[in-house]
Design a protein around this ligand. Structure first.
Ligand SMILES: [Mg+2]
Length: 317
């Protein structure tokens, strides 16, 4: 297993903390908290992969800690193992009902503790692996459609609640079918991979997402990004694809591989929905293609039920 996994030990008793630490330090990185408040603070800030939580503690007991963590979006997913000295079925049931993945009784037997923690860490590791595979496009190694949908939903809600701008970009490789016909599918796949990684590099932002959402179709989600900034980013992205200088003799717009893009910038609204926003970005892309490709078009119209006037982006670089 890998030593990147981190376990937060929460116990008011110093001896128990030491015993637990000895059990875990060989298989994962150890974080310590000596009361409930500290546990919550550290869980939020350090995002451990597993929490080993004592039930009986002064001030705030383990039950209150797990309830608090389960009600927070960035801690609700962290698995928790309860440590209890009571040995009562009632306490054990309560812990499991609150969402604990396991309950370990005191006195602590190091071999047993270690084995049970190891099992939970393996689960975490496998879930993480499966989760990352399910969200990645196998050909290009960037995000796939599924991850795009998830992130768009998240950022849509963030834009709605904070009323911050969000830009959605759809991009398409120009005359890609002609490239495939000319050079074959293997070469086409290499182009997709190259373009994908170039688009990703060109954004160079932790918050932004670049995904492959279809054959030669890509999309970007740019949180906290208004139209003007989105235009600059997309212009740079289009330029960096052209700068790859991949020969495309079958292209009718340029001797090298290029992309076209459509941008829709907006603040999420109760009336609108994500599909409508996507549709507007797609219409802008269509306009960019109509105008001659290797360029972008955009719209920041907040109401998709009105006629859409899409302005033309730069037609030449
Ligand atoms: Mg205790």
């Amino acid at each position: 297993m890998n030593d990147e996994l981190r376990v937060l030990i929460v116990d008011d008793d110093k001896t128990n903390r030491r015993v637990l630490k000895e059990c875990i330090s060989g298989i994962a990185q150890v974080l310590l908290a000596k009361n409930g408040h500290q546990a919550i603070e550290k869980a939020i800030e350090l995002q451990p992969d597993l929490i080993v939580l004592d039930v009986v503690m002064p001030d705030m007991d383990g039950f209150s800690v797990i309830e608090t963590l389960r009600n927070r979006r960035n801690t609700e997913h962290i698995p928790i193992i309860f440590i209890t000295g009571s040995g009562s079925e009632e306490v054990e049931m309560k812990g499991l009902k609150l969402g604990a993945v396991d309950v370990i009784g005191k006195p602590l037997h190091p071999g047993v503790v270690q084995a049970r923690i190891y099992t939970q860490l393996q689960n975490v590791f496998q879930r993480r692996l499966l989760g990352s595979l399910a969200n990645i496009d196998a050909l290009t190694t960037i995000a796939n459609r599924r991850q795009f949908d998830e992130v768009l939903e998240k950022e849509w809600n963030a834009s709605l609640s904070r009323q911050t701008p969000l830009s959605l970009v759809i991009l398409d490789v120009d005359y890609f079918k002609k490239y495939n016909d000319h050079f074959g599918h293997l070469s086409g796949d290499r182009v997709l991979k190259n373009v994908a990684l170039t688009l990703k590099d060109s954004l160079n932002s932790e918050n932004a997402l670049v995904a492959r959402i279809g054959g030669e179709e890509f999309a970007m989600i740019l949180p906290d990004t208004h139209l003007e900034k989105a235009q600059a980013l997309v212009k740079a992205a289009i330029e960096s694809v052209q700068a790859l200088n991949i020969a495309h003799p079958a292209s009718k717009c340029n001797p090298v591989v290029t992309v076209s893009a459509g941008i829709h910038s907006f603040i999420a609204d109760q009336v609108l929905n994500r599909e409508a926003a996507f549709d507007l970005a797609d219409k802008a892309l269509f306009k960019a293609k109509e105008n001659g490709r290797n360029q972008f078009s955009f719209t920041d119209n907040l109401n998709p039920y009105q006629a859409i006037e899409i302005e033309t982006g730069l037609s030449e670089f």
